[in-house]
Design a protein around this ligand. Structure first.
Ligand code: GLA
Length: 387
């Protein structure tokens, strides 16, 4: 736990508002072991909350105006919670506006807040700082005004807030941010929202993230387009095979048999989805059986699919995974999250992490003239009240 981050947030709150905060909330980012781009395709995913967090300090503002301060950005905004919010040019404020919109639409009774927040989640790295922002802010308002909202509904309302901002995302990030548990991976059935926890025990291997330090701007438009392509594909499959209700009912044969009726891109997206759904099932068995080598192979396969079939990778991420394939200390690697930048997730032989990092940092710099960052993953708890 980052005690300095928490102390600094509380101290700044005191400086700005002259009081100790009434409530302090910690809200984490997430990783995903496997199951990429299938949360919105009725698949299974295996994310976990990490020990990188946003810390929020809150009090009731006792007026119609709320004042919200982003310490790290040195920016703030004021908002009247009794009015319907609109999208704003200051992008980070929209995630909060989106949450307020959700609270209003669901008929909750709440008034203004004063809030200061600060984060150690690297932004733009695909670790879902936006989900942490939505879920943490929502949890804060819930606690201050004693609103009756279940954890799963914090996740679902936060997902809708993200849709309001413009990304038609699945449930994975918000779910992991709210329901994460220390040292556990969550296996979520995104069709039913049932879930269970699996030990995050990777035996002789460590989980290391390599941060490409790039974020290509096509992320939002391409993301939304992938969703549409999958919907188009599924409609075509259902027409031919009425017994198919969703991608979970599909076999590879269903996809291959409808290939002639689909655009090439739509075919590739659907083929990836069906194979990724079965990879996650295999991966969760491998993890439970301590078959970490087997899990590693599946990560490489997922990356191949994301590059060639789903086409959401980029040159920098492919370079990192190609390096991993030639590096004996790495037994599995893939791009993680929505794509077009951010991190790769890697299973690295314990004891060889630092040598590996130094090597790839140098190579990456020589190739792209960009500094490669790396993070050792620690799996932490979901959104919590800090006492
Ligand atoms: C983003 C979205 C998630 C999920 C991933 C890809 O992180 O927010 O819902 O779709 O991309 O797996």
């Amino acid at each position: 736990m980052d005690i300095n981050l928490i102390a600094n947030t509380k101290q700044s709150f005191l400086k700005y508002f002259g009081n100790e905060p009434e409530v302090v909330i910690l809200s984490p980012g997430r990783i995903n072991i496997i199951g990429e781009h299938i949360d919105y395709n009725d698949g299974f995913v295996m994310p976990a909350a990490i020990d990188k967090i946003i810390c929020f300090a809150f009090e009731k503002s006792k007026s119609i105006t709320s004042r919200i301060i982003a310490l790290d950005l040195n920016e703030e905004f004021s908002i009247d919670f009794s009015k319907k919010p609109n999208l704003d040019d200051k992008v980070w404020t929209n995630y909060i506006r989106g949450v307020v919109n959700q609270l209003q639409l669901n008929g909750f009774d709440f008034e203004g807040v004063n809030c200061v927040f600060s984060s150690n989640i690297p932004s733009g790295s695909g670790l879902s700082s936006s989900a942490a922002l939505e879920c943490g802010f929502l949890k804060g308002v819930k606690e201050l005004y004693e609103l009756s909202i279940k954890p799963i509904d914090i996740a679902l309302m936060s997902q809708k807030a993200e849709h309001w901002v413009g990304i038609n995302c699945g449930i994975m990030d918000q779910f992991a941010s709210v329901l994460g548990v220390e040292n556990k991976v969550i296996k979520i059935d995104c069709k039913t929202l049932e879930y269970d926890y699996h030990n995050a025990d990777f035996g002789d291997y460590s989980l290391i993230l390599l941060d490409s330090n790039v974020k290509h701007s096509l992320f939002t438009s391409e993301y939304n387009q992938r969703r549409e392509e999958c919907e188009i594909g599924l409609t075509i499959i259902k027409r031919k095979f009425p017994e198919v209700k969703n991608f979970r009912d599909c076999t590879e044969d269903h996809i291959l048999d409808t290939k002639g009726e689909m655009e090439e891109d739509v075919f590739k997206r659907c083929y990836y989805v069906v194979k990724e759904i079965s990879r996650v099932i295999k991966a969760s068995i491998a993890l439970d059986n301590n078959d970490i080598e087997g899990l590693g192979k599946l990560l490489f396969e997922t990356h191949d699919g994301l590059t060639r079939e789903y086409e959401v990778s980029c040159e920098e991420l492919d370079y990192l995974v190609d390096f991993a394939k030639t590096e004996s200390s790495i037994i599995g690697s893939r791009m993680m999250g929505g794509g077009f930048g951010g991190c790769t997730i890697n299973l690295v032989k314990k004891g060889q992490e630092e040598v590996m990092k130094e090597k790839i940092q140098q190579l990456y710099h020589d190739k792209f003239n960009i500094e490669l960052k790396s993070y050792d993953v620690k799996i932490g708890n979901g959104t919590t009240i800090y006492n």
